[in-house]
Design a protein around this ligand. Structure first.
Ligand code: GN1
Ligand code: MG
Length: 368
């Protein structure tokens, strides 16, 4: 098996004793690896990077190094003054001191340290959980808020540029296969209708960026609930993981993504659309946690677009899933037929719920 051979390429003491699949990522393949010596055990995360998505894995690793070095130094400096030990994974080098190892087929593999005694969840567990998610994102954002974002590569061009995903949709619609998939399903036709009614709204953040209302910053890019680890011992948030998409962007992409994934207790993969709702109490607690740790770095311009980003990033993910469904599931992994269509429907249902609660959501976000 390639994966166990690749696990042994990294600088870890002892012998490989176990390997299992880890997490629920939609892009990379992820494994939990255990090595043992006579005296100790080390567990770490091994990943095969999806090079269809990340065309330049070396640049992804450069960004990861830059940001983790920067944050680790700050975390160590503040350690005596914080209410907990905040963590962030580190890159484990290969035996030759490289950031990744190549297998015989040209695949890129990398190893990342495991955050022990902590878990990430697919769905929100409690109101306190939402508070801790907000705390972790707020703390991470404030730590990286003074990192010079021009030092980071753009590792995923077009990521979170919503009008670009509309163009991808149109491309898929212009193909025979896309039309066939659309015609075969009234559910897909309804989804397309839902999108068409919101076309104009898609450029709201890009327009604000163009006008200079909101600045580019270093962002995480993917701060969904399953990328935020909660300490098993204390129930407090301890770190954010999955740093693949750290790159220059708008802080709104992160805030919108975090809220859309945490405030929907049904989760991304539910088959029961009636259970999908944007929960205001979860939103309130998440924002409270964020504010307690975020150091007030947001500008007035940024604060003016917070409601828009919650609606837009939720819509955008639905659009991305839907375009991928029409294109034949080429981007997001799927385990059953029409899974990407179902995922799109969940996000669109969540958009409806967000739109219906606009007034209350604006109220909560105005506290930031
Ligand atoms: C993908 O691979 P994963 O699960 O961390 C995607 C995110 C989506 C997310 C939805 C690089 O993240 O943008 O929000 O699925 N990552 C990329 O679950 O496209
Ligand atoms: Mg990711």
């Amino acid at each position: 098996m390639y994966s166990s051979m690749m696990a042994q390429r990294f600088k870890v003491d002892g012998r490989l004793v176990n390997m299992e699949a880890l997490g629920s990522g939609n892009i990379n393949d992820t494994y939990l690896v255990t090595f043992r010596t006579v005296f100790s055990e080390e567990r770490f995360v091994l990943q095969r990077i999806n090079t269809k998505v990340f065309k330049f894995p070396g640049k992804v690793m450069d960004n990861m190094h830059l940001i983790t070095n920067f944050v680790h130094a700050k975390l160590e400096a503040e350690i005596g003054r914080t209410d907990r030990v905040w963590q962030l994974p580190r890159v484990i080098p290969t035996k030759e001191g490289m950031d990744y190892a190549l297998d015989g087929e040209g695949n890129y593999w990398r190893a990342i340290s495991l955050i022990a005694s902590a878990h990430a969840y697919e769905k929100i567990q409690t109101q306190e959980h939402a508070h801790e998610i907000g705390a972790v994102l707020g703390h991470f954002h404030s730590l990286i808020s003074d990192f010079p974002c021009e030092q980071l590569h753009d590792t995923l061009e077009g990521f979170h540029i919503t009008p670009g995903y509309l163009a991808q949709l149109d491309e898929a619609l212009a193909t025979e296969d896309g039309q066939m998939r659309l015609k075969a399903s009234t559910v897909a036709q309804d989804a397309l209708h839902f999108i068409e009614k919101r076309r104009d709204f898609c450029s709201v953040l890009e327009d604000a960026k163009e006008r200079g209302d909101i600045p580019m910053r270093p962002i995480h890019g993917d701060p969904k609930i399953s990328n935020i680890m909660i300490d098993d011992l204390t129930g407090k948030g301890t770190c954010i993981i999955d740093l693949d998409t750290v790159k220059p962007g708008l802080v709104h992409y992160d805030i919108g993504d975090c809220l859309r994934s945490c405030c929907n207790p049904a989760g991304e993969e539910t088959s029961d659309l009636t259970s999908v709702q944007f929960n205001l109490e979860l939103c309130r607690n998440l924002i409270r946690g964020y504010k307690e740790h975020a150091n007030d770095f947001l500008t007035t311009g940024e604060k003016a677009y917070l409601y828009e980003c919650v609606r837009l990033i939720t819509f955008e993910l639905g659009l991305r899933f839907f375009a991928d469904f029409l294109a034949g599931d080429v981007y997001f992994k799927s385990r059953y037929e029409n899974q990407n269509l179902q995922r799109a429907r969940v996000q669109f249902q969540l958009v409806r719920s967000i739109e219906a609660r606009e007034h209350d959501i604006r109220d909560i976000l105005s506290t930031l």
